[in-house]
Design a protein around this ligand. Structure first.
Ligand code: UDP
Ligand code: MN
Length: 372
């Protein structure tokens, strides 16, 4: 009897020693083996989370909700926790504003516009995460100029999702931002996370509303350019409680809300170990809120019981970056102006371009009237 159990005991012994060795190795963070162990750990965590969601939500899509760990790359660029533009208000909760961004012609324009909203708000820490391989010096230079606390990260969209028709835009950035917050937030302070895309339009009143969030707050969002639909998405509130949702696209979602339409309390997210935003276009918000394991009763309606729109889903007209050249009048401001536009990503300089800057001098009518 005892002898028959020997191989089994041996197998257990081998397993236990392996686990112990892996554990010891995983503590040596900087060795190659330690890194490999971390990668395996991430892989296992991801695939467990994947199967958890897929089973729980009965989701069967071609691509997994999370990529293999080797497709997730997060780099820390820089941060500042100095409240220079506005003094820190110790009695008010912090607001982590997590903003995905990517290199394109209108990027600086969006950053300037959005920062000048945030600069009116107390206790904001702007978590900017780029969908890029490298930290952009342009983004960094602007973040430094705004004089508010910020965290600058890069986290590119995993390659496997880039081929999709509907891409999960900004998901890698939001995940990186939330990870950073959960790892670095000073637990003695109360704080809220809000996922704020760089192209939306925010009423200042919104920020004081979301500051009250205890678990998950929800509120209406307006759509500009809604192509004939009402352009409103909102929780339905009765007697101060969320009882449903109004949206133009339900698509079997349990929580049909827009990314701009909810905020979460950091302590609450910390208490939800399975919190995870999926790489699934259209379902990012729904699956994320489901992963927080909340019921309708847990949702806190803001904006005066969801009677006011305080945030709009807007979109800036986007264009290919034009090529430009300047060969004449180099003794004027124009050359430096072109260099500045090139630095800000508004133009690319091309000596072979036909797009020479046009010139008109001394108040002459340089062109014919064209609209008579
Ligand atoms: N975004 C990104 N990578 C992309 C496209 C978008 O990081 O390839 C960011 C973008 O800056 C914005 C968010 O993801 O903050 C949502 O993207 P977009 O506004 O294009 O999506 P929409 O509002 O049209 O759904
Ligand atoms: Mn947008």
């Amino acid at each position: 009897m005892y002898l028959r159990r020997l191989p089994l005991m041996f197998a257990w012994l081998v397993m236990a020693s392996l686990v112990l060795i892996l554990f010891i190795l995983s503590q040596t963070q900087y060795s190659a083996i330690g890194m490999a162990v971390t990668a395996i750990k991430n892989e296992v965590t991801n695939s467990l989370k994947n199967s958890y969601f897929e089973t729980l939500l009965n989701i069967h899509r071609k691509l997994p909700l999370l990529p293999p760990a080797d497709q997730i790359h997060i780099s820390f660029c820089n941060s500042s926790m100095d409240f220079k533009a506005r003094p820190y208000q110790p009695h008010k909760p912090l607001l982590y504003i997590v903003t995905p961004t990517y290199t394109r012609r209108e990027q600086v324009v969006e950053m300037v516009r959005m920062s000048h909203t945030l600069l009116h708000v107390d206790n904001v820490i702007w978590v900017m995460a780029e969908d890029a391989d490298k930290c952009s010096p342009l983004v960094e230079s602007y973040l430094q100029r705004f004089q508010m606390p910020y965290v600058h990260l890069v986290s590119p969209m995993p390659t496997m999702y880039k081929k999709e028709k509907y891409k999960p835009r900004g998901v890698a950035s939001r995940r990186a931002g939330l990870d950073w917050i959960l790892a670095h937030h000073d637990a003695s302070k109360s704080a809220i996370v809000y996922f704020a895309d760089d192209d939306n339009t925010y009423d200042l009143k919104l920020f004081e509303e979301i500051r009250q969030t205890q678990k998950v707050s929800v509120f209406p969002v307006g759509f500009v350019g809604s192509k004939g639909s009402p352009g409103i998405t909102s929780p339905i509130v009765k007697h101060g409680k969320v009882v449903g949702f109004s949206d133009d696209w339900f698509a079997s979602r349990v929580f049909p809300v827009d990314m701009a339409g909810f905020a979460i309390n950091v302590d609450f997210v910390k208490s939800r170990k399975n919190a995870s935003m999926p790489f699934w276009a259209g379902y990012e918000e729904d699956v994320f809120i489901q992963s927080l394991n909340v019921d309708l009763e847990d949702l806190e309606p803001l904006a005066n019981d969801c009677t006011e729109i305080l945030v709009w889903h807007t979109k800036t007209v986007s264009d290919k970056t034009p090529k430009v050249k300047i060969t004449k009048h180099l003794d004027t401001n124009l050359k430096t102006l072109v260099d500045d536009a090139v630095f800000k990503g508004m133009d690319t300089y091309d000596t072979k371009s036909k797009n020479e800057l046009k010139y008109c001098f001394h108040g002459e009518k340089c062109d014919k009237y064209s609209n008579l």
